[in-house]
Design a protein around this ligand. Structure first.
Ligand code: THU
Length: 160
């Protein structure tokens, strides 16, 4: 038997203002997208903004449904749009902001497992890292240099 230790490296910033101006601008796009969240059931709004290699910015917000599983997270709304509209353009960065309307969310909210799996698909496809930033409504911001860093032992096309 041998043990394998898996490590992830994250950068944690105390405030959004510590980040480079272009990252702040992308997070502001995610904040605007969050305003368009349709989340009457969970009352939890999420916004995501993607920066593509061609400079295009794609945003998405969570879209819920009375049939709960039919809803979709903000990150997948955004990345599927990017994949369908700009299939040959690499995704450089994703900014995510999430928080409840019932309480203050002051800690960074990472993308859920299903979103990580979906984002991983595009990272593997483009063979270049997608940088991820995520935060709550206020407070610290976390940076991951890639999606792979957030999803060790990924299931991807290489096994098929
Ligand atoms: N949600 C996202 O949009 N992204 C995530 O990564 C986690 C959860 C949404 C789904 C649902 O509309 C609400 O947040 C509560 O789960």
């Amino acid at each position: 038997m041998k043990e394998i230790k898996i490590e992830s490296l994250l950068n944690v910033y105390d405030t959004l203002e510590e980040l480079p101006r272009d990252v702040i601008a992308l997070m502001k796009k995610a904040m605007e997208a969050r305003e368009r969240s349709y989340s009457p059931y969970s009352k939890f709004g999420v916004g995501a903004a993607l920066l593509l290699e061609n400079g295009e910015i794609i945003t998405g917000s969570n879209q819920e449904n009375a049939s709960y599983p039919s809803g979709l997270c903000a990150e997948r709304t955004a990345i599927f749009y990017a994949g369908s509209q700009f299939p040959d353009v690499a995704i450089k960065r994703m900014a995510i902001i999430a928080g409840s309307r019932l309480k203050t969310t002051d800690k960074p909210i990472p993308p859920c497992g299903a979103c990580r799996q979906s984002i991983a698909e595009y990272e593997v496809k483009q063979d270049a890292p997608i940088e991820i930033y995520f935060m709550g409504e206020k407070g610290k911001v976390v940076r991951s240099h890639s999606l792979a860093n957030l999803l060790p032992l990924v299931f991807d096309k290489t096994v098929l």
